[in-house]
Design a protein around this ligand. Structure first.
Ligand SMILES: [Zn+2]
Length: 311
């Protein structure tokens, strides 16, 4: 009797292990995810997560609340890129650290133009694309148009579609899952866009000052205006002459707000705010810049509500 019990116990264990193994091989959602995705920024990782769900494993290289222009990738980042199936980035010249990182990782699938690469700037509506060749010698760090394009929700629509297509091309067995998640995201976005715009309607045409030129997509979406920045040129810290110019602009145009990202230096904005009675508002560029910005929708909710409150 005892012998039979032991045999059936062993059989049960073997059976359970076999089921688990088959499950992991056939249905990656109950084992290892199917697609390994590395993104440059946390905002892109969030979008990939929302489209890929449990079928993807996604990591962002840049930490939240860090300046995306100046991240220094670590050896562990090189390893992540080496192991990735898909590499998602902003394109243009937002991440000057991107090419050296790809070279160091040496994963040919992810090189520009290869199947594992996804440049999210493709197909989005870009602002401030220069109508003549520009050189970095003139002090500009963004030579191909303003690369901070994801705070316009209409651009995000294009970006999540590109993400869903890329995931489906790599993992066609789950194409319908990606399409379903994409549609859910797009429906939610469709519902939120008029809500965000309605909240901001009373402040149309208000003029704001920014630190770095990274809010114009949000401003355009919100019907607000931002044409003057504490940085005299993108990437150049403000000096006294430029600050005097900005202060004069603020007084002449009745500006009430200076907008900063979590990673911008605070001193210049705070000193000016104190001198001429402005408010400094920290908004989020990336998911996780502040705890409130837990995903794209929460980030936009936060930015819109914060602007409304301050205006
Ligand atoms: Zn920038």
């Amino acid at each position: 009797m005892r012998f039979f019990k032991e045999v059936s116990m062993k059989r049960a264990v073997v059976w359970v292990l076999a089921v688990l193994f088959t499950c992991m091989m056939e249905y990656p959602a109950c084992g290892r995810p199917t697609v390994r995705v590395v993104t440059t920024l946390p905002i892109f990782a969030d979008l990939v997560r929302q489209v890929g769900g449990e079928l993807v494993e996604v990591v962002a290289l840049a930490p939240s609340a860090f300046d995306p222009h100046t991240i220094e990738p670590r050896p562990s980042d090189v390893w992540k890129v080496k192991k990735a199936d898909i590499f998602v980035h902003a394109g243009l010249d937002l991440e000057p650290w991107r090419s050296p990182l790809l070279d160091a990782a040496g994963n040919p699938r992810l090189f520009p133009g290869q199947p594992g690469e996804l440049d999210l700037s493709q197909g989005v509506r870009l602002l401030e694309v220069p109508d003549r060749p520009v050189s970095r010698l003139e002090g500009d760090i963004h030579l191909f148009g303003n690369p901070h394009y994801w705070l316009d929700p209409h651009n995000v629509r294009t970006m999540v579609q590109a993400i869903a297509e890329k995931l489906a091309a790599y993992d066609p067995d789950h194409a319908s899952n990606y399409r379903q998640n994409l549609n859910a995201f797009l429906n939610r976005l469709q519902h939120k866009i008029p809500q965000w715009q309605e909240k901001l309607r009373p402040y149309q045409g208000h003029k704001l000052i920014g630190y770095h030129n990274e809010w114009i997509y949000l401003m355009e979406f919100a019907g607000l205006k931002m044409e003057t920045f504490l940085e005299p040129k993108p990437g150049i810290p403000p000096g006294p002459k430029h600050l005097a110019f900005v202060e004069d602009y603020a007084k002449r145009h009745g500006v009430r707000l200076i907008v900063q990202a979590a990673y911008n230096p605070k001193q210049a904005a705070q000193a000016m705010a104190k001198r001429i009675g402005l408010k400094v508002v920290v908004l989020c560029q990336n998911v996780g810049d502040l705890p409130e910005a837990s995903d794209y929708f929460a980030l936009m909710d936060y930015n819109v509500d914060r602007l409304v409150l301050a205006l």
